[in-house]
Design a protein around this ligand. Structure first.
Ligand SMILES: [Zn+2]
Length: 331
């Protein structure tokens, strides 16, 4: 089964966001900025079908003769740029550091095979099938950014300035944020996973860290003075929503540091944080295994395990949590 039904929303002054149909792994928000002299995307959906839907919706908003000819990639997770294949002639912009993270990710076809051929009798196979099985990368070529930068990059699109800032390692190595001063809007990528009472989101998943850097990135978003913040996943926010998210990140950081100091292993630390019940509305609590694991590595200098090993731990944790949960999961 494939995923359909994302929607474009008009943010302000030729700036739009494409919001996916639901929460969950891989369903990321994207941006579209339109001018008479060109159009750009900020991130792309995860697979060609979703990216094609976003492209059809984008083209309805473009003046005659204008194409989407640039894509700014907030970071090198496939759910933010593997859809760029629908724009074969576009310039694709990423941070130089994002290159490093790309080597950590499987190619789209490798991932497709991993999901399609996974044994549903194993926790990992069942988990990947359940959370990634509706995407289709069976014919997706790897995407290679065409422009890498470090530090700050200032672009213009028609009359609009587009300020792109590379960040220290946070969600991944190689994150960036995009500030559009005319629209007073930031696209933050995955340094923010939002949630509101009306539209609950998922627990963040941070592969690099430390959480101090994720919190600093959120502070940087606030320091732009933006009134509208489009996170990588979850509903569009105002500054207060970002402040709430800093509260979540500070809580997880505090618990991770205390549990690390007490010698509690990562899965048990994640279990205890879930049991404390501070954020019961958030989906995918198993992602705390990744985020707390990343924080532990900064505290003890241990090496980054391979992504499959991490996902196996996530899957095992999810199976255990779902087995002990009588109310059913979020999805
Ligand atoms: Zn993402």
């Amino acid at each position: 089964m494939s995923i359909t039904g994302g929607a474009i929303v008009d943010l302000r002054t030729d700036l739009y966001a494409w919001l996916p149909p639901r929460r969950g792994w891989g369903l990321a928000n994207c941006g579209l900025l339109v001018s008479p002299r060109g159009a750009l995307w900020i991130d792309t959906p995860y697979d060609p079908l979703l990216a094609g839907q976003f492209l059809v919706e984008s083209e309805k908003l473009l003046p005659d003769g204008v194409n989407v000819d640039r894509v700014i990639v907030t970071h090198a997770n496939g759910d933010h740029f593997w859809g760029a294949g629908v724009l074969p002639d576009a310039e694709i912009i990423a941070t130089r550091e994002a290159k490093e993270h790309m080597h950590y990710e499987p190619t789209p076809r490798q991932q497709h095979a991993l999901v399609a051929d996974g044994d549903p009798a194993t926790p990992l196979g069942a988990y990947l099938g359940r959370h990634f099985g509706d995407f289709d990368w069976s014919a997706t070529e790897p995407v290679h950014p065409t422009t890498y930068f470090t530090g700050e990059l200032e672009l213009t699109l028609g009359d609009y300035a587009v300020q792109v800032s590379a960040l220290p390692p946070a969600h991944t190595t190689g994150d960036l944020i995009v500030y559009l001063p005319t629209q007073r809007t930031v696209f933050s990528g995955d340094v923010i996973f939002s949630s509101t009472p009306e539209q609950p989101g998922d627990h963040p998943v941070h592969w690099a860290g430390p959480l101090d850097n994720v919190i600093d990135a959120c502070e940087r978003v606030l320091a732009t003075g933006a009134e509208v913040i489009v996170p990588g996943h979850g509903p569009v926010l105002g500054p207060d929503g970002v402040r709430d998210h800093i509260g979540y990140l500070s809580y997880v950081r505090e618990r991770a540091h205390a549990l690390h100091a007490a010698g509690v292993p990562v899965p048990e630390a994640a279990r205890r944080v879930v049991r404390e019940g501070r954020y019961p509305a958030l989906g995918l609590p198993e992602r705390l295994v990744v985020t707390i694991g990343s924080e532990y590595r900064h505290l003890d200098g241990s090496a980054l395990p391979g992504v499959l090993r991490v996902m196996s731990e996530v899957a095992a944790f999810a199976q255990e949590t779902e087995a002990s949960c009588t109310g059913g999961g979020p999805e």
